[in-house]
Each structure stands twice: as structure tokens, then as C-alpha cells.
Ligand binder design. Structure first.
Ligand SMILES: [Zn+2]
Length: 267
């Protein structure tokens, strides 16, 4: 029986992933998330239900629109597959408990934030604020006890401290940077996103989160800035790296921290 639930989690993730693609495509274009039904971005032909099956439709259409034969972005099947695999991985750690739902929502919201920030360098309040509320609520429900393999705030106090300290630290950095350079280095969207992540991972998740996202951000950003004529002024969507850091820490944070302890502490 267990494999049926796992398969259902994978399928649910792929279906929700299909909706995430709609949000990722339409939000930056200020289009309604609900209407009209899915259309080909090139020829605007409405997509038939049988051509809208997550991952599989893209494969049997060989990545092209049935009507205009223009290529359909690889992003569509990738987001569906990634969201499906994340739900499967979550289900393996939460089992059929209440912990699955808020965590699935937060993982999907993180994926959307990564893509929207990459495209328009913006992190929508509607996602970060809802994510913060879901994170705090989930911690208050005691989901950390239901999924001990995941890196989660231990209780609601840890979630509140994670949100306040995470958001506060970045807000202080932005203010300091602004006082020195008179430009905003990062956006207030990043502050809200760190508050959301702090509520999810807890206070203990913040130092590794900032470490992972600044190292990956620098690894991508510095070569990019060197090629760019405006030098270091090139805007880097920090939310993308925060999002990657969050997904890595949620699933591997516990393993990484025990490895760290083994390396640092004398045997
Ligand atoms: Zn088309």
C-alpha cells in the first residue's frame, strides 16, 4: 500500500508543478493566475487537456506546441518533475501526517520565488507573507516532531526567533549598505523571504543558509559581474540563491550538520 501513497505524492507534486508553471509565467506579465485556461505562449492556442498532462505531454509532443510547432520551454516539464520529486522526497520523510501539507506548500512557494526572482528580480509579498504564516503555523502544530530527518524549527518559539533574527539581520545589512553606498544592495523582498525561511528552518538554519547562498551567489555573480561592463553593479537575484539554500538545508541540513560535528569535534 505504501507505494501507492508515494506515487500519489509524486503525481500530486507534478500536477501542482503544472500550476506553478502558470504562476511563474503569468505573475511577471501581470496576468490573471486563474483565467484564461493554459495557452501556448507563442500562438495563444488553448491547450487541450490531453496535451496538459504534467511531464508526459511535453515528452509525447517532443517539446513542441501541437498547433504552431514552436518549441515549448524545457522549464515546464522540469518544474513539474522537480516539484513531483520534492513531494515524493517529503512524503518519504513525513509519511501520511499533517506535516506533509505545509511543507509541500513551502517547497512549491520556494520554487516559484526562485523562478520569479530570476526573471524579474522581485519576490512577491503574497508568497513571502503567506510562506511566513504557513511556516509559523506549521511549527506551532509541532511538525518538527513528525519529520525528524528534515531541518525544521523545533517549535513555534524557534520559528519566531528564526523569522525575526533572519529578517532583522538582512534588514540591518541593507540599511548599513545604504548608509555607506547610498544604494540598496538587496531588496526588502529578500528580508521577507529570509523571515519565511527562518520560520521554516528555525534559528539554527540561518548561519548555514547565509553561508550557502552567499557562496553560491558569489560563484555565479562574480564571473557574471566581471563580464558585465557596469562591473559589480549588476543586480543579482539573491532570492534564487536563498531558495536553493533552503531546499538543500531542508533535506540535507541534518546530515550536513552531523558531518560538520564529526569533522570539527575531536574523536
Ligand atoms: Zn503554439
Amino acid at each position: 500500500m505504501e507505494w501507492i501513497f508515494a506515487l500519489a505524492a509524486l503525481a500530486l507534486g507534478a500536477i501542482i508543478g503544472s500550476f506553478l508553471n502558470v504562476v511563474i509565467h503569468r505573475y511577471p506579465r501581470e496576468e490573471s493566475i486563474v483565467f484564461p485556461a493554459s495557452r501556448c505562449p507563442t500562438c495563444h492556442q488553448a491547450i487541450k487537456p490531453y496535451d496538459n498532462v504534467p511531464v508526459l505531454s511535453w515528452l509525447w509532443l517532443r517539446g513542441r506546441c501541437r498547433n504552431c510547432r514552436q518549441p515549448i520551454s524545457l522549464r515546464y516539464p522540469l518544474v513539474e518533475l522537480a516539484n513531483g520529486l520534492f513531494y515524493l522526497a517529503l512524503y518519504q520523510r513525513t509519511g501520511p501526517t499533517i506535516a506533509f501539507l505545509p511543507l509541500a506548500a513551502l517547497v512549491s512557494m520556494t520554487i516559484v520565488l526562485i523562478y520569479i526572482d530570476a526573471e524579474i528580480q522581485m519576490l512577491p509579498d503574497v508568497i513571502t507573507y503567506s510562506g511566513l504564516a504557513i511556516g509559523l503555523g506549521a511549527a506551532a502544530l509541532g511538525i518538527a516532531g513528525l519529520a525528524p530527518d528534515l531541518m525544521l524549527a523545533e517549535d513555534w518559539v524557534s520559528a519566531v526567533i528564526g523569522a525575526v533574527v533572519g529578517g532583522g539581520t538582512l534588514a540591518a545589512l541593507i540599511l548599513a549598505y545604504w548608509l555607506i553606498r547610498k544604494v540598496e544592495g538587496m531588496g526588502w523582498g529578500d528580508v521577507k523571504m529570509i523571515a519565511m525561511i527562518g520560520a521554516l528552518l528555525g534559528f539554527a538554519g540561518l548561519p548555514p543558509l547565509l553561508l550557502i547562498s552567499s557562496v553560491t551567489g558569489a560563484a555565479v555573480g562574480i564571473p557574471l559581474a566581471m563580464r558585465h561592463e557596469k562591473g559589480m553593479q549588476v543586480a543579482l537575484p539573491f532570492g534564487v540563491f536563498l531558495g536553493f539554500g533552503t531546499l538543500i538545508l531542508l533535506f540535507f541540513g541534518r546530515t550536513l550538520s552531523s558531518l560538520w560535528v564529526q569533522l570539527v569535534l575531536p574523536h
